[in-house]
Ligand binder design. Structure first.
Ligand code: IVH
Length: 683
């Protein structure tokens, strides 16, 4: 090893340059062995040692720094917000199937369209439950990384992508794809179960809320504005396809995956299999289903693709998904446990939501101890009681649900459960309004409601006050420091330091973050006020039509409902909010404190959770069908009349009909009205 003193001699410099290059390629090789081949040759300590040596040399000789050096993964400062990226070839989604019959139909369709007489060759891959990403490599260098978004426009998360060690900053020049001058690589960002557990433990220790599952953790981590945070999250990547390839070509999906691996891109060949015909496909699907709980990461099905790329091109695509591939999902995961007690939570608008607190149980790799019970009707229908042994089910990222009660396990003391007639937090009467499934606490100054109002106000899509997390909000409200959102802007460092876990530095940081939030676009400001039924999309529509919050506050219901996407219920809710003297006074205090909503509502959000999704309604909900339809459409989704495998969500209201049974049978996600409102961003 050479000394590190700066040496003016040219040949010495050349030697140093060569040493820097040697260390870089060594580190890249170990990244490759670790992330692509899953076969590390050195320990983490040895790796860190190499890394430090390189860092030191680059420090002394910055003239040799290159942007693709392994040391340059985390750089720059936190972003204000993400730019947009356009996917030149749209990122499609997949049709889901749930049973053998549908697989057989898929295969028949494929063979018919291709005019094939024998069995069609498919590649069967695991369907990773992660976040879809596109990486663009130009002349071998990573130039951009973007989320899928609505398939055409996503968010530019390049700085975050660069921090993921599984993703090479430059490609290796090996194999069939090495001549590519441009290549869009698509795959999933995800978190291994073990890294997810560690992350949640760490978060728990510092009082931060834990992530519900690895998918949420990965999604939350890749959407961090500060790449330094993403860098700490140990994200992984596995490729499953490409968009554009210029300057190289392959003939089959399997060759493509092999070619990507040769470039240094991780792809999961280990669990991918070439299957001649539908019987072989089914066999591999079953194998994947069996090994799924032992895999280090979560998969929720298998993806079946026609192997030949020519045949794929011949089959083409439908509007949102290809005809040459399908996702064959696994059964939702179920487990048995016992309900210890039922707790009732109070939401921002006073809705009482019963939650079962259960003995922790592992469901497909995730520890579950809470399940939503939705409302009294749901509790009555399933006759769920405290102490019951129940079968719970987890599907995708929805909160686990109770599917069945083992009533034979009950003892004779068991009593039917009733949601209390009073708010569990403030004690005021809880009433069930006509036509609504939920009971509500109507006390507008109920501390539980206030906490939720403040949490919403400070949240990322609202005023985005960094560092004002749930625990702090709870302390503020409990100590009487914050009685409405405006109070936040009158907090002082001296008051904050008296709180738990609040040193001078964090108090100052928080005050700075509060100051920073004062400049806000009008639509976010409107959204943060928490007006019932006014989610991010409605807020944007209102601001786009009327300019600012002041003029919106002066419009009557008929004027407001003239806007496409705004129905009478939403209009009434807006008018009601702005006719409340307390609300007006609170807004005045926000403005006097210096909150200055600007006029920036021109950039529509690329996606909402409902973009491109099909929603079906059953049973009665608190808003009219036409209003609900408008909301779904305003959020970029569409409303279907019957439940099919194309349905993404079934919203089940009071007295649901046969659609609910159908949805359960074919595995369509069933959500309550409240969950629907959360998805759409209103409550
Ligand atoms: S292929 C045109 N292969 O599932 C085909 N997707 O539900 C596009 N996914 O957006 C995707 N594992 O993010 C493909 N082995 C795999 C996959 C996979 C997970 C994700 C992908 C896609 C979503 C569709």
């Amino acid at each position: 090893m050479m000394g590190l003193g700066k040496d003016p001699q040219t040949d010495r410099l050349e030697e140093i340059h060569a040493e820097i290059e040697r260390l870089r390629s060594l580190i890249r090789r170990h990244d490759y062995l670790y992330y692509v081949m899953d076969a590390p040759e050195i320990s983490d300590r040895e790796y860190d040692k190499l890394f430090k040596e390189l860092e030191q040399l680059e420090n002394y000789y910055p003239e040799f720094l290159t942007p693709d050096s392994p040391t340059q993964r985390v750089g720059g400062v936190a972003l204000e917000r993400f730019d947009q990226v356009t996917h030149v070839t749209p990122m499609l989604s997949l049709s889901n199937i749930f049973e053998v019959g549908e697989l057989i139909d898929f295969d028949s369709r494929v063979r018919k369209l291709l005019g094939a007489t024998g069995p069609a060759p498919y590649v069967v891959e695991p369907k990773l439950d992660g976040v879809a990403i596109e990486l663009v490599y130009q002349d071998g260098f990573l130039v951009s990384g973007g989320t899928r978004g609505d398939g055409t426009v996503g968010e530019d998360v390049t700085a975050n992508i660069r921090t993921i060690r599984a993703i090479p900053l430059s490609l290796m020049a090996n194999g069939q794809l090495s001549s590519a001058s441009l290549i869009d690589i698509r795959g999933e960002i995800f978190m291994a179960r073990s890294d997810f557990d560690t992350l949640n433990k760490e978060r728990d220790e510092i009082g931060q809320p834990s992530f519900a599952n690895p998918r949420n953790a990965a999604a939350g981590s890749i959407r961090q504005l500060d790449p330094a945070i993403t860098a700490q999250r140990r994200l992984r990547f596995l490729a499953h396809g490409v968009g554009r390839i210029e300057g190289a070509s392959v003939n089959t999906q399997l060759e493509l995956l092999q070619g990507l691996i040769e470039l240094g891109i991780p792809a999961n060949l280990e669990h991918t299999k070439l299957c001649e015909g539908v019987d072989a496909v089914l066999l591999h699907y079953n194998t994947l289903n069996q090994v799924r709980s032992q895999l280090p990461f979560e998969i929720d099905g298998s993806v079946i693709k026609v192997n030949s790329l020519d045949w794929q091109a011949q089959l083409g695509t439908k509007s949102r998904s290809p005809r040459w591939a399908v996702a064959y999902k696994f059964e939702p995961m179920q487990a048995e446990t016992r309900i210890i007690r039922i707790e009732v939570g109070v939401g921002r608008t006073g809705t009482l939501t019963p939650v079962a607190i259960m003995e922790p149980v592992n469901v497909g790799g995730v520890n579950v101890s809470r399940a939503t019970l939705h409302n009294q009707d749901e509790i009555d229908r399933k006759d769920i009681r405290e102490g019951d042994v129940v079968v719970i089910q987890r599907a995708g990222d929805v909160i686990p649900e109770v599917v069945k009660v083992r009533s034979e396990c009950r003892d004779s003391y068991s009593q039917p459960y009733q949601i209390p007639d009073h708010c569990p937090v403030c004690g005021s009467d809880a009433v069930r309004l006509q036509g609504q499934a939920a009971k509500r606490c109507l006390n507008s100054s109920c501390p539980a409601r206030l906490k939720e109002t403040i949490k919403h106000f400070a949240s990322r899509d609202a005023m985005d006050i960094e560092g004002l997390g749930d625990k702090l909000v709870e302390q503020f409200v409990d100590k009487g420091l914050v009685r409405d959102p405006a109070d936040i802007y009158y907090l002082e460092v001296e008051t904050l330091v008296s709180l738990e876990r609040m040193a001078k530095k964090s108090a100052t940081n928080l005050i700075n973050a509060i100051q920073k939030s004062k400049k806000v676009s009008s639509d976010r400001f409107l959204f943060s006020l928490g007006i019932p039924l006014v989610g991010a999309t409605v807020a944007r529509l209102l601001v786009q039509s009327f300019g600012d919050v002041d003029s919106i506050s002066k419009k009557d219901t008929s004027k407001l409902s003239e806007i496409p996407g705004i129905g009478p219920e939403v209009a009434q809710s807006v008018v009601k909010f702005f006719s409340g003297p307390k609300n007006i006074e609170m807004i005045q205090r926000l403005l006097s404190a210096g909150v200055s909503p600007g006029a920036d509502a021109s950039t529509p959000d690329a996606t909402t959770p409902l973009t491109g999704k099909t929603v079906v309604f059953t049973g009665s909900i608190s808003i009219s069908r036409s209003e609900a339809k408008k909301m779904v459409e305003a959020a970029g989704g569409s409303v279907g009349s019957s439940v099919t495998t194309k349905t993404d969500f079934l919203v089940a209201g009071e007295d649901p009909g046969s659609k609910l049974d159908k949805a359960r049978e074919i595995g369509v996600k069933v959500i309550s009205e409240d969950e629907f409102k959360t998805l759409i961003g209103v409550s």
